[in-house]
Design a protein around this ligand. Structure first.
Ligand SMILES: Cc1cc2nc3c(=O)[nH]c(=O)nc-3n(C[C@H](O)[C@H](O)[C@H](O)COP(=O)(O)OP(=O)(O)OC[C@H]3O[C@@H](n4cnc5c(N)ncnc54)[C@H](O)[C@@H]3O)c2cc1C
Length: 414
């Protein structure tokens, strides 16, 4: 019987499950559905609220905001998580580059620039400080990715960019097109050769070519190298609207690593309550396909994604609650205090920092500051104390606290 339970399949749950699996604890990961991996850009955003480097920001938070998740675990734990993550992606032939030293401005599918601390190497040449002419190319058949629009917005920011549409070879026409359809096409070398030829014919002076982030599910690194050879330019991926191909690659590599280390993932199982005794969580109840199941618990990691992930619910009466184990939530006392008067308020909105308060070992705390369960750790967006939307730190907080929580539960951190 598996008695190490992880609740949630986002970045925090996956990092935690990996740490627990590698410690030999054979975790069972239960999740209501996929995490934000399948929606997001696939970059790791550690801090992007201001011009400070991610490292400077994390260090300053430690000194000034004691409840912040980065302050609870410290910069060293953030570094450790990043190191393990980079090693995992490297071993899976989908390496991430970057770290805490600086942010890289990458283009979005709207032609805006957003700062990322780590990114898959397939996006790295999208660093908009590199200079030179850039060609943005896409397909009319792929909705919500408009190369002329992206290029015009980049040009308005002083970047020499031009946009063009590629022609889909007749043999690859389909009834419906999604990002996944295109990723499967890019898995085919014949498709890549044809697209590479078109890129070479149209690239003009461009030394770099940005394409939607759909360059294959099986071997994106090989696909980028192939396109670079054919086109004669550096190729980079630009995140698309969901479903996110980079996020799916990331989920798949985590799933493989966790399963190889003895863990198991059960997506489609919602945790509906927990039972405990003497500050110990003893049982978790999950529900799937009209069936409830009890899981005996020795240790559990709560990584349910906060408000966006379904781990924290807020209703019109102002009640804010934690959905899986009914843990106490730290939130504004009144609904009137949820939001700042202005949408883009520099202080952010108080409700976004709502969540489960935790101590330095990420154990959940009650309103009185007492530990609720000794054998539970909380990670990711369900932790209180950070407005990760304003900070642009969501995936960084998830990655770092997930790894730290898994290591703490495994007894690897004293
Ligand atoms: C559209 C979108 C775009 C985003 N873009 C960015 C971005 O550009 N940069 C960035 O840094 N972040 C972005 N984020 C946020 C970010 O990636 C994640 O929110 C963050 O990584 C948090 O991860 P998490 O592991 O805490 O939670 P999530 O990834 O939200 O995962 C939560 C998991 O918990 C499960 N769950 C919830 N309740 C239960 C329950 N009761 N029982 C069982 N399972 C449960 C969910 O099904 C899910 O598997 C975006 C999020 C969204 C939705």
């Amino acid at each position: 019987m598996r008695t190490t339970i992880v609740i949630g399949a986002g970045l925090s749950g996956l990092m935690g499950a990996l740490a627990l699996a590698e410690a030999g604890l054979r975790p069972l990961l239960l999740a209501k559905g996929q995490g934000a991996t399948h929606w997001t850009a696939g970059t790791i955003d550690v801090w992007g609220a201001d011009e400070r480097s991610p490292r400077e920001a994390v260090q300053a938070i430690r000194a000034s905001q004691s409840y912040h998740p980065y302050a609870l675990i410290g910069v060293h734990a953030v570094e450790e998580a990043i190191a393990r993550f980079r090693a995992l992606t490297e071993a899976s032939r989908y390496p991430y580059v970057g770290g805490l030293e600086r942010n890289v401005p990458l283009p979005t599918a709207a032609g805006a620039l957003r700062p990322a601390a780590l990114m898959p190497v397939t996006m790295a040449a999208g660093d908009m400080r590199l200079g030179g002419d850039v060609l943005i190319a896409g397909f009319r058949e792929l909705r919500d990715f408009y190369p002329p629009f992206i290029a015009a917005n980049l040009a308005a920011q002083g970047i020499a960019a031009r946009g063009m549409y590629l022609t889909l070879p007749p043999a690859f026409r389909r009834r419906e097109y999604t990002t996944i359809t295109f990723a499967r096409m890019f898995d085919d070398p014949a498709f890549r050769s044809e697209i590479g030829r078109q890129l070479r014919a149209h690239r003009g002076n461009a030394s770099r070519i940005g394409l939607p982030a759909v360059l294959g599910l099986r071997d994106p690194l090989g696909a980028v190298a192939h396109l670079q050879n054919e086109s004669g330019a550096q190729v980079f991926e630009i995140p698309t609207l969901p479903p996110s191909v980079p996020g799916i690659r990331l989920f798949t590599l985590f799933q493989n690593a966790i399963e190889q280390a003895g863990g198991r993932l059960q997506i489609g199982s919602e945790v509906i309550r927990g039972e405990g005794q003497d500050r110990h969580l003893t049982t978790i109840w999950s529900e799937a396909a009209a069936r409830q199941q009890a899981h005996r618990v020795e240790r559990a990691l709560l990584a349910t994604g906060g408000i966006a992930g379904g781990g924290i619910r807020a209703d019109h009466t102002g009640i804010v609650r934690e959905t899986a184990l009914d843990l106490p939530v730290r939130a504004p006392a009144s609904r009137a205090d949820w939001f700042a008067p202005r949408f883009l308020d520099p202080q952010g909105h108080a409700i976004y920092a709502a969540g489960v308060a935790a101590d330095a070992r990420l154990r959940p705390l009650g309103a009185d500051g007492e530990i609720v369960y000794e054998n539970v750790a909380v990670a990711g967006a369900t932790l209180a104390g950070a407005d990760t939307v304003r900070e642009r730190s969501r995936s960084g907080v998830a990655l770092a606290t997930g790894w730290a929580a898994g290591r703490i539960l495994a007894g690897l951190v004293s």
